[in-house]
Design a protein around this ligand. Structure first.
Ligand SMILES: NC(=O)c1ccc[n+]([C@@H]2O[C@H](COP(=O)([O-])OP(=O)(O)OC[C@H]3O[C@@H](n4cnc5c(N)ncnc54)[C@H](OP(=O)(O)O)[C@@H]3O)[C@@H](O)[C@H]2O)c1
Length: 327
């Protein structure tokens, strides 16, 4: 049995951690829930028991916690993950604060579970769109070698937490925005996270750099455009892929059908393809619209959909915790 701490327990991802740990019967012994001062004293149920939210502070980790799951934003992770690590706690962090540090493993259990060995107290959970994308890219890279990937994403508002959902729901009746710089209801924003001087957003750079780190291949050429769409749950990614080696399309279908975590949904004649409303509430990565890109040699187009709050965040984190306890 494991003593677990959750930082950001009242948030969208934090609440989903609890749901997933219940579903997967994660062997929790003691549970400690932390959030901001605003939520102090709030009661949250886990396995039919009530737990009181504590305000996070420097002394929160002065107790026998084994694993702490963090999802309270980058600044909180930067400040508090080292404090927890110092106390011998293993942190699994959902923010981008530690992902690109050389000594921090960035793990998708279906892709690079071996990276858990030799961790030094902090493990990062990748960006949501990256997680669902590397799951089909890994078998392609192993078999045909990826040359270039162009990502275009269609990301749900829940990817921005509770605030994103409010912007969508409040905006359905009249133009409204608070979390985003423009209304998201009846709109599409080519803008996720902050803009950088080179014209990309941080989200786009995360997809590019994290994909290379997880696949352990710095030679793949990758570019990305990340877009927020008025969908509650479920990110979609269009991946245009150039492979080094030639392929038969039937073999690609077979490869995906035999890969862990993937379900192929692809019957265009009957209007069957992956969609966010099919993915919502599941832990599967759905792949469809699998077709040759005739404009380049060895070109392939695929459409990838998954529930960002589950496989893109909480489920992946709990799977990493399972890797740790089974190590
Ligand atoms: N949503 C996704 O699909 C997704 C996917 C991957 C990664 N992530 C990452 O996960 C993190 C949380 O995202 P979310 O979507 O769950 O956001 P959210 O719904 O806005 O929740 C934020 C959580 O952080 C807590 N928090 C805020 N300030 C705090 C403070 N000063 N001290 C302690 N706790 C504090 C909040 O507590 P209060 O309720 O008390 O304010 C709440 O529990 C972010 O780093 C995000 O980038 C999100």
């Amino acid at each position: 049995m494991v003593n677990v701490g959750i930082v950001g327990a009242t948030g969208m991802v934090g609440r989903t951690f609890l749901k997933i740990m219940e579903e997967r019967k994660f062997p929790v012994d003691n549970l400690y829930l932390f959030a901001s001062a605003k939520s102090k004293g709030e009661i949250i149920k886990f396995n039919n028991k009530e737990f009181k939210i504590e305000e996070l502070n420097e002394h929160s980790f002065d107790r026998p916690i084994d694993i702490a799951l963090f999802s309270a934003g980058g600044n909180i992770s930067k400040k508090y993950a080292p404090i927890a690590k110092e106390k011998g706690i293993t942190v699994i962090d959902n923010s981008s604060a530690w992902r690109m540090e050389d000594w921090v493993p960035l793990i998708v259990p279906e892709v690079n579970p071996e990276a858990v060995h030799g961790h030094q107290g902090i493990i990062s959970n990748p960006n949501c769109s990256t997680i669902q994308s590397v799951i089909p890219l890994k078998p392609l890279n192993d078999k045909y070698k990826l040359k270039r990937v162009i990502f275009s994403t269609y990301q749900a508002v829940s990817g921005s937490g509770v605030g994103g959902i409010k912007d969508l729901e409040n905006g359905l009746a009249a133009p409204y925005h608070n979390k985003y710089p423009h209304p998201i209801a009846f709109n599409v924003l080519p803008h996720i996270d902050d803009f950088l001087e080179n014209g990309y957003t941080k989200e786009e750079i995360k997809m590019i750099e994290e994909t290379k780190k997880i696949l352990n291949d710095q030679d793949i050429k990758i570019t990305a455009t990340t877009v927020r769409v008025p969908v509650r749950y479920g990110h979609a990614v269009s991946a245009n892929i150039e492979l080094e080696n030639s392929f038969e399309l039937e073999d690609i279908f077979e490869l995906f059908r035999n890969s862990d975590g993937i379900e192929v949904i692809d019957d265009p004649a009957n209007n069957v393809y992956p969609m966010p409303i099919l993915a919502e509430g599941t832990d599967t990565v759905y792949v469809g619209r699998i077709r040759r890109d005739f404009s380049v040699e060895n070109g392939l187009n695929i459409w990838i959909v998954a529930d960002n709050s589950r496989k893109g965040a909480a489920t992946n984190t709990v799977q990493i915790a399972e890797l740790l306890i089974n190590k």
